[in-house]
Each structure stands twice: as C-alpha cells, then as structure tokens.
Design a protein around this ligand. Sequence first.
Ligand code: GLN
Length: 499
Amino acid sequence: MTNPVNRFFQGHPAGLPTLFFTEMWERMSYYGMRALLILFMTTAIQEGGLAFSVETAAAIYGLYTGAVYFMGLPGGWLADRLIGSQRAVWYGGVIIMCGHIVLAIPNEKTFFVGLILVVLGTGLLKPNISALVGALYAPADERRDSGYTLYYMGINLGSVIGYTICGYLAENVGWHWGFGAAAVGMALGLVQYRLTLYKLEGAGAEPIKELAPQGRTLSWSLIIAFLAGLSLVTLAMLFGALQFDPRTLAEKTAIVILSVFFIYYAFIFFFGELDGPEKKRLGALFLICIASACFWSGFEQAGSSLNLFGRDYTDRMLGSFEIPASWFQSVNSIFILTLSPFFAWMWISLGKRMLDPSYSIKCGIGIVIMASGFICMYFAAHIAASGMKAAAYWLVMTYFLHTVGELCLSPVALSAVSKLAPRRFAGQLMGVFILTYSIGSVIAGLLAGNFNPEKIDELPGLFLQISLFSIAIGIVVFLLSLKTRHWEKYADADTSENT
Ligand code: GLN
C-alpha cells in the first residue's frame, strides 16, 4: 500500500489522483445539481419549475442535504462489514448517476425518486472515498494531512465546475439539461475510477471486518426490507396516498440526526470492544466531531443568510455590470483552490520540524478564524442598517476568513478521522463524522431563520452574537485540546491494526 516506487507527487501515493478525480466529478454533480435545486422547486410551472412555496422548497432542500450526509452512516457500515470501500464507492457512484438521469426527466413525479437515489448513492460513496484516502497512507506518514488538503482541492474544483456548467445549462438551455450535466459528470468520474482503480493497490478491496455468513444474510435481508419499505413509501407519496408536511418533517429530522450521532458514537465507544488506547483516540475524535458540527453551523450560512445579504444589502455593481448574487457562492471554492497548495506545504513543513499542531488545536483555530469572518459581517450589517449598501469586499473578506478556517479544520478533521478511528470502524466513523455536516447544516438553517429582512437593524447584533458565540466555542475546543492532543498520539504508538 505504501510502496515507495508507486508514488506520484512529493511522495504521495499513486492512488491519490484516482480518488481526487472521482470525488471531483461526484462533487461536480452534487453541487451542480444542488445549486439548481431550490431555484427549480420555486420557479413557476410555466417556466418549467415545480412552483413550490419558498417554505416548502427550503424544507425539502434542508431535508435533502441532511439526508445525503445522514446516509453516510449506513454507507460506512456497509463498506466496513459487507462489501469493502472500493465497491461501495463504485455502486454509490452508479446510483448517484442514475439519480441524476432520473432528475433529467422532465416530470414532477420522478423528481423525488431522483433525489432519493442521489441520497442513497452519496451515502455509499462519500464516507468511503474519504476513508480510502487515509488508507493509502501509513499510520505515521506525515503526508496524510497534506494528502487530504489536496483531496479537498478536488472537492472544490468539482464544485466550481458544477456551479458553472450546471448553472449555465439550467439558465440558458433548460433545467433538465442542468440535471443531465450532473449525470454526465458522475459518469466521467466512474469511468476514470474504473480505469485507475488498480492504483489503489488493494486498499479497501475487501470489508475490513467481514460479518459471519449468518450476520451477512441477516444484514442483506434487512437492507432489502429497508429498500422495499422505502419504495413503498415513495410510491404511496407519488400517488397521493401519503401526504407529509416537509417543514414538520425537517424539524423532527434535526432531532433524530443529533440523537443518532450521540447514540452511535456511544455505542462504538462502549460496545466496540476497544482497548485503552483506542478509547483515548475516540475521545480525541469526539472533540473534533463536536468542533466540526459547530464550525459548519456558522459556515453553512453561506447559502442562506449570507446569500440573502449578498442579494439585498450588497453593492454588486461593477461599473455598469451587476454581479449576480449567486456568484458569491463560488468565492469559497475559488479561495480553497488558491490557498490549498499553501496549506498542504505548511502542514508538511511544520510536520518536518515537529511543530505540527495537534488536530484538535487546528480545529479550534479554524473555528475562531471562521468566527472572525462574522465580525466583518457585523460591520457590513451596520452599513446596511444605516440605509446604505455594503461594499462587496465585506462579503469577500468574510468568505476569505471562512475559507481559511475551513482549511484549518475540514481537511484536517477528515485526516484525523482516518488516523484516529480504529481500522475496523474506519468507514463507520467517517460516516459518523459526515453526520456532523448534517448537524451543522440543520443548525445553520435554524440560525439563518433569525435573519429577518424586515428588521435590518437587528442584523449587526445577530452577526455579532454568532461571532462571539463561535469564538467562545473555539476557545473551549482549544482548551480541551490541551488534554486530547495527548490522546491523539496513541494513533502513532498503536500501529498493530493500522498497518
Ligand atoms: N465542501 C465539503 C464537501 O463537499 C464539505 C461539505 C459540508 O457541507 N460540510 O465535502
């Protein structure tokens, strides 16, 4: 797995480009489609949309993004115990592609079927491809963090391509062309994955701890029963036999996701037959998961409150050209692409000098930097409250700080999961970690719900509160990390199962 001959760049494993490009195309399809989703749902029927109310569409959007990341949990388990990560990524990609093909069919009935397929496929693909990256590195390889930073560039390259192509096609040719482009992107990713799979040199080819035959039969029966149940519910919905209120469902889902996170984590901790060092590593990882959930709760407002601020209170005129509000959405990805090489280099050189901060300290720093972005928004909101439009650089500066925070936390946390998780739980713990995205999105939605365009004078206070609260969380994470950073070290010492 760590054959020194088979390297591609600065000693990174040759399998990294395989995963980089697969995830790039998957994210292209995910973000490309996601950018269209709420617009498509709220557009009038005459213009080819579904004419849902904003409230319903927002609830469906929240449910969809929450579900996508929620399914990472069973997806990770399935790879660990039944099929291995390589197959999980492949089948996940195939299901995602089918989902986008279904979405490309201009029919309201099939719309939800397409969404459900993308949810199921992403649940299989996302945690397992993220765990596979880590499996390419030896436990003590200091390139792991920078490898994840490179992989993270792939994610963001994919999102820029997705926003541009799907957005252009949907606006200029038709909605379903946008969805179709997402399917083509995923197909390209699958072809690339298949052709270069050999470079993974067997990583994730088999389940790490396969179930006994009896357990396998039972699990497959349960999976089939779940899929049959899901199909029945979908059919009942399609034919109007089952009605649900998306908003109430979204609120209940938030509670379920939070509970599942705590219960699953506790279950692995207490019943996972962990030894002492593994428990310490899981303790360290818990802090990182909490930090991640808090981080995304602030960050994920990019699509909601910050987006609205961009549209309504920002001076977007560039000469005689008005910058579309949605363009601000790709500022984050563009900053990620430009700053990532610097971060990859910085982690490696700090590692070489033995100065590399612990994972949890990096996460604490990431939260504080993200929070300082909201201080920019505080000033911008003051300008807006005084009746003027805020200059665009306020928003750009906020996104810049959010991106620097993201680079300190997000790829680092992925790397931490791959290193600290006992190998037999690699996929599942990545699934649990991906749940923190889901928790963050839901909390961000609730926070953004306080954004009241009618009461602009309350806005500076809201942003300041978010900022101060996040800084406090960052400091707590930082203080706790003084303890947990020692627990992280058990990952280097205990290589028995990781090699
Ligand atoms: N942009 C990152 C990804 O797609 C993180 C997503 C998130 O919402 N946390 O993987």
